[in-house]
Design a protein around this ligand. Sequence first.
Ligand code: FAD
Length: 455
Amino acid sequence: MEDLDFDLVVAGAGGGLVAALRAAELGSRVLVVDADEHFQRGNNTSMCTAMIPAAGTRWQRSAGVQDSPDRFIGDIERKTGGTADRRLARALAQASAPLVTWLADSQDLDLELVTDFRYPGHSADRCHTVAGRHGSRLLRHLVQRAHAHPRIELIAPMSLREVCMTDGRVSGVEIATPDGHSEQLATTGVLLATNGFGADRALVRQLIPEIADCHYHGGQFSRGDALRIGCGLGADTAYLDAYQGHAALSSRSQTLVGWATVVHGGVIVNRDGRRFAPESTGYSEFAATLAAQPGGTGWIVIDEHIETLCAAFDDFRAVAASGSLVRADNAGELAECLGVSATALEDELVAAHRSAAGQEPDRQGRTDERHPLTAPCIAIAITPALFHTQGGLVVDEHARVLAGGSPIPGLYASGGAAIGISGHGASGYLAGNGLIAALGLAFLAAEHLNSPVAA
Ligand SMILES: Cc1cc2nc3c(=O)[nH]c(=O)nc-3n(C[C@H](O)[C@H](O)[C@H](O)COP(=O)(O)OP(=O)(O)OC[C@H]3O[C@@H](n4cnc5c(N)ncnc54)[C@H](O)[C@@H]3O)c2cc1C
C-alpha cells in the first residue's frame, strides 16, 4: 500500500469532484483527471440548472416543507412506474440530505431551497440550488475547493484510458494526454465519473433511436468511455435506453429556456399553432413528443408575469438577452409574428386560459394548477434535445461497479457513467435525477472507499 501513487483516481471533473473532495477530507490522496481542457465550460455539470434534489433537509424544515427519503422514493417509483433500480433509489434518497448538508457545511456552498415552482413528479419542494440556478457556478465552486485542497491534484486535459487489475482488484490506471503520451499510476480506487455516451451519435442511434435525430445538448466528451472501460473488465450494464431529454431548448440561442416557464403556466404549440400534449407530464418525455410533431419544433407561449418569475434563472435571462423572446399585444399579432394560423393560436390560447382558470377541462388533459396566460403574449422558439444518457454500468448502493452481480473491488461509477434511477426511456426522468446520481454516487463512493469494509 505504501507505494501507491494515489488512493483514488477520479476520471471526470464534473460530479466526480464531490468524490475527490469527500475522499480527501477523509484522508485519501486523490488524482482527478479530465479529458476536456475546457471541462469547466463544457461538461454537463457546468451546463446544468444546478437543481439538487434532497429529502428531509434543514432548508426544507425551515420552509415548513414535509419530506423524507421514503416520500422521495415514492416519487421515483411513480415517475418510473416502478422500473427504477430500487436499491439505488433508496441509497440516493437516503444520501441526499447528508449530501447537501455536507456541500453547505463542509464545502461552503451557498444553497437555497427552490419554493417558487415545483417540477412535475415531485410531491414536495426538494430542489436545492445555488444563486443564478446554473451549474457553472456549482462546478466553479467545486473546482476551486479541489484546487485548494492539499491532497487533491487535478489535471486537464488528461484522459483515463484503462483501469489495471491485479488479482481481481483495481491496482492502477493508464492515463494519457491528448497527444498520446501515456503514464501508468498505482492506485487501489478508481471512480468512473466520465458521464454517459450522449456524444457518441452512433451508439445513441443504436440504443436510443427515438432521440437520435434530435440536437445533442451535453458534454462533447461524454463518449461512453466508462462503458468501454467497464465492459472491458466484465462489468454489468443496464438501462442503456434511458435518457434525459428536454423539450425547452431555445432554437435561437441553444440555451435552456427552462421548464419553469411551463410549470408556471406556459403552453407549448407546434408549427400549426396547436397544442398537442399535456405539458405537465415532464420535460424529458416531452422532447420526443415535440420531435414527433410536424417539423419537430415548436414554441413555448408565456406572458410577462411568467417572464418575471423565470428571471431567477441565469439561462432564462441569457435566452431573453439573445433576442429569442417574440412579443405581441395579443394572440392574433403573435400568430402573425410566428407565421402560424391566427385562428388556431387564438383558439388554443383562449381555451388554455379557460382551463388554467378552472372554467373548463383542459383539452390536453393537463391538470396542474397554473397561472392563466394574459396578454401581452411572449413566444420562444424551442427545439427538442438529448441532454444525457441515464444508463450505464450497474452499481450497488456504495457506487461499486458490479460484474456478474458482485462488486469489482476498487472500481466505482457515478453520474452518467452508471445506471441512474430513471427506469427506461425518457419518461422516468424526474428533475434532479441527473445530479443526485452524479453527486450522490460520487459521495457514496468516497465514503465506501474510506470505510473499514473497503480495506
Ligand atoms: C442544460 C442542462 C440542464 C440540466 N439541469 C439539471 C438539473 O438542474 N438537475 C439535475 O439533476 N440534472 C441536470 N442536468 C443533468 C446533469 O447535468 C447531469 O446528469 C450531470 O451533471 C452529470 O454529471 P457527470 O459527473 O456524470 O458528468 P459531467 O458533468 O459531464 O462530467 C463528466 C466529465 O468526464 C470527462 N471525461 C469523459 N471521458 C473521460 C475520460 N476518459 N477521462 C477523463 N475524463 C473524461 C468529461 O470531459 C467531463 O468533464 C442538466 C443537463 C443539462 C444539459
